[in-house]
Design a protein around this ligand. Structure first.
Ligand code: ADP
Length: 455
């Protein structure tokens, strides 16, 4: 970028200098020509006004010395006098433009360029009282030979100008790009007051992205540490019990109990690993890759049926009430969403408690509501329970088979579906979690759904 700006600036400066010089040379040459014609006009009128023209033509040093070419022709164009040649041998001048003009209008002028000799001839003619015409002429270098003459000087000036332009361009490029380079060197702390106005949004984006990268790196690090920690406990239990059996330190009923512990902890490990894999899948996949129209009502009803045994085990009354309600989503995601919310509502409930799962259409928007009469969640925990591995009561979570990742998966699914999640909970009273989806209208087979409000 630096190189490009620098070379473009230098090129512009070089072209501008060269063009200016050419223009100045042309203008000067035109002025020079005008000056010559003015001088010739003065000379011609001086000769016209002279009392003794013939005498002057013969005696005047300027004329006879050939410094000024003078031609005198009569009214028919025949040459009477010519100081640079023999008048008798000269052809008729009546066709020369300056003579024609002088005969008609009283005075005339002409410039004849000779490309071969690289000279230009300037003529000025005035008609005398007796009808004859006196013409003075001068030769001057043509514009090309003037150019050729001044070319070395022009080149020297051009080179000097170019060097100067290069120095200035280098300086300007450097100072122009300094703020950008500063940002590039220290993206974490871009100095805003030294930045161009146009770059402020760009700097803002970089800063936000940088913060996001740092934040997600932190979250990932914390997550890895948490996963390792969560894996360690059941593995330690499995290792401990199996060692006891291996060393023959368990007998009879103990072996069955130890095997039971090993079995329970292995299951916990499997569930945990499943949840971790699912979370990273949700993290990685793009939205809507497997999306289609799914009946949320049907999914919720099936899920409630499946969880009946689980609910009975906890002494909880689990019921579904609702209708067919389509959402544009992925079946597996909807199953996980309903399952995780219902599972929590059962596990964090009390003997004789209730869980109501409802699916309905509210103003065209599909809504899933899972309500329980369980232990509730204290205000101070409500914001955090969707974080990975955050549990209000760790031992209750673990003893009921929780991984601490259920609501984190719910949060991910809700975000992927552009749905809105609402939590209402009163400690000791119960919890209600509502997920409101975007309104969907069905366009017909093969055309996919449309979203209200979107063109
Ligand atoms: P877990 O596997 O521990 O249940 P979740 O992510 O599903 O993890 O939930 C996080 C925490 O939120 C739980 O440990 C529990 O303390 C609290 N929680 C979730 N759902 C409910 C509920 N319906 N009633 C009371 N507490 C809940």
């Amino acid at each position: 970028m630096k190189k490009r700006i620098y070379s473009q600036m230098t090129a512009i400066a070089a072209i501008a200098s060269f063009a200016t010089m050419l223009l100045v040379a042309f203008v000067c040459y035109e002025l020079f020509c005008g000056q010559i014609l003015d001088d010739l006009r003065t000379d011609a009128y001086l000769l016209k006004e002279a009392d003794n023209l013939e005498g002057i033509l013969k005696s005047d040093e300027i004329v006879s010395g050939g410094l000024l070419r003078v031609t005198w022709v009569d009214g028919r164009g025949e040459v009477i006098f010519e100081n640079n040649a023999d008048a008798a041998g000269m052809n008729n001048h009546s066709g020369r433009p300056e003579i024609v003009q002088a005969l008609a209008e009283g005075e005339g002028q002409a410039v004849r360029k000779s490309y071969t000799v690289q000279k230009s001839s300037f003529y000025y003619a005035v008609r005398l009282e007796d009808g004859s015409v006196i013409r003075v002429a001068k030769e001057a270098d043509s514009i090309w030979s003037v150019f050729a003459g001044i070319l070395p000087a022009v080149l020297v000036v051009l080179v000097l100008l170019l060097v100067l332009c290069m120095v200035i361009a280098r300086f300007l490029t450097k100072s122009l790009l300094a703020p950008i380079e500063k940002i590039a060197q220290d993206a974490e702390h871009p100095v805003e007051e030294e930045t161009y106005e146009e770059l402020v949004p760009f700097v803002e984006t970089i800063r936000k992205q940088h913060e996001d990268i740092l934040r997600s790196a932190g979250v990932r690090q914390e997550f890895t540490a948490n996963v390792s920690h969560e894996l360690k406990t059941p593995l330690a239990v499995i290792s401990g019990y199996s060692e006891l059996i291996e060393n023959g330190m368990a007998a009879g009923e103990d072996i069955v109990r130890f095997a039971g512990e090993i079995h329970r902890n292995s299951n916990r490990l499997l569930t945990l690993i499943d949840d971790v894999i699912r979370l990273s899948e949700l993290d990685a996949s793009e939205r809507e890759e497997e999306f289609g129209m799914v009946d949320l009502g049907e999914i919720a009803e099936t899920c409630v049926d499946m969880l009946q045994v689980h609910a009975e085990k906890h002494g909880v009354d689990l019921r579904f009430e609702g209708e067919r309600c389509f959402v544009y989503s992925e079946k597996r995601m909807m199953e996980e969403l309903v399952y995780n919310l219902c599972d929590n509502a059962i596990r964090y409930n009390r003997e004789g408690g209730k869980v109501r799962v409802a699916v309905k259409n509210e103003n065209g928007q599909p809504v899933l509501c899972v309500e329980d009469t369980g232990i509730g969640i204290g205000k101070e925990h409500q914001e955090r329970i969707f974080e990975r591995f955050y549990r209000v009561d760790k031992s209750r979570s673990k003893s009921t088979g929780g991984t601490g990742l259920g609501l984190a998966i719910v949060k991910h699914i809700v975000a992927k579906n552009r749905a809105v999640l609402a939590l209402e909970s009163e400690q000791g009273e119960g919890t209600r979690i509502t997920v409101t989806f975007e309104a969907v209208f069905y366009l017909g087979a093969g055309r996919g759904p449309g979203h209200l409000g979107e063109p």
